[in-house]
Design a protein around this ligand. Structure first.
Ligand code: ZN
Length: 188
């Protein structure tokens, strides 16, 4: 048995197997999810004059509705991983030029140590160099995004579908520590 009705959204005549009565189905014309009625709301019958089909206007049969399965947590983990990378790169971009300027191209260990002490004193006395505050905040946000991305990636990877995003996030997360190490090497 089929159930015939007009799509409430686009008005096209559609039909489904009557086991989908009173359930959500996808309209083949407008692709929206609509509620199938309990009973047919129109019946193509002999009383109506049969129109000659002029291409694609006959009632369409629909496959059973397929729920969309998206691994949202895994997608979120990838977004967070990318955000954390953006923050870390931004932080390094702010930090490295003044550090290089202060230390020169070939800094000696004593020079670096003295500069670190000077920075610490400036930060403790409440007057850090202007670049230190945005760089520090970006580093902090980057770390927070990185940790959240890790939690979401683990949850996303446990799900049985759409795991690719979670693995992508994990790969992106590996770059973060490398960047910090790179910054540490260049900055010291
Ligand atoms: Zn429709």
């Amino acid at each position: 048995m089929t159930l015939q009705f007009y799509c409430p959204l686009c008005g096209q005549p559609i039909e489904v197997d009557d086991r989908w009565a009173s359930q959500q189905v996808g309209c083949p014309y407008c692709q929206k999810t609509v509620l199938a009625p309990a009973q047919s709301t129109y019946a193509p019958s002999a009383e109506l004059p049969a129109a000659s089909p002029v291409g694609g206007m006959a009632p369409a049969s629909m496959p059973p509705p397929v729920p969309s399965r998206q691994n949202v947590v895994a997608i979120v983990s990838l977004v967070l991983a990318i955000l954390s990378l953006a923050c870390l790169i931004g932080s390094l971009a702010i930090m490295l030029p003044p550090l290089q300027e202060a230390l020169g191209d070939t800094p000696t260990p004593e020079h670096v140590e003295a500069y670190q002490r000077q920075l610490q004193q400036e930060i403790q006395s409440g007057s850090p160099p202007p670049w230190a505050i945005p760089a520090g905040f970006l580093m902090l946000f980057g770390g927070a995004f990185w940790l959240s991305a890790g939690v979401c990636a683990i949850i996303g990877a446990i799900r049985p579908f759409g795991r690719g995003w979670a693995f992508g996030a994990m790969a992106a997360m590996l770059i973060g520590p490398l960047l910090v190490c790179f910054g540490g090497v260049v900055g010291s």
